[in-house]
Design a protein around this ligand. Sequence first.
Ligand SMILES: [Zn+2]
Length: 151
Amino acid sequence: MPFKSPKKKTWQIAGRLSHFKNVFPDDEACLSLLSAHKWKAGFVCIKCGGINYCKGKTLLSRRCTKCKTEESATAHTVFHGCKIPLVKAFEIAFMVCNIADISSYEMSRQLDMRHMTCYNFQKKVQACVNGEKRDPVFESLQIEVNKRVQA
Ligand SMILES: [Zn+2]
């Protein structure tokens, strides 16, 4: 049993998180990886199917040159409409995927965030992890995050 005492567990989680934070220090680092995975096979406009785009108004968003619809890197991913900073959402996703049985209370302590906020996002991530919701972007993203954090 690797995580026996609650204190040791908290300490170990903090250690893994600090490593994670070195690799993904801010929203931009997360957004850039998310955008690379989301449009891995190329850009396809969700509205008209156009494949040509230019830069959108927000960081790493893309704008269809045909119908002018702008799409952010987070749109239609598990991070869609997330009210918390992307880097925090990534941290929650990382913990849910890598630390068995982590509770939303523990995450709220680690991230210094409201419990309900952690709980709600944890549910979204869990749905992807246990296959209730098919999310290929999340799957490939998760593999890449783990590769980078473990390296
Ligand atoms: Zn379009």
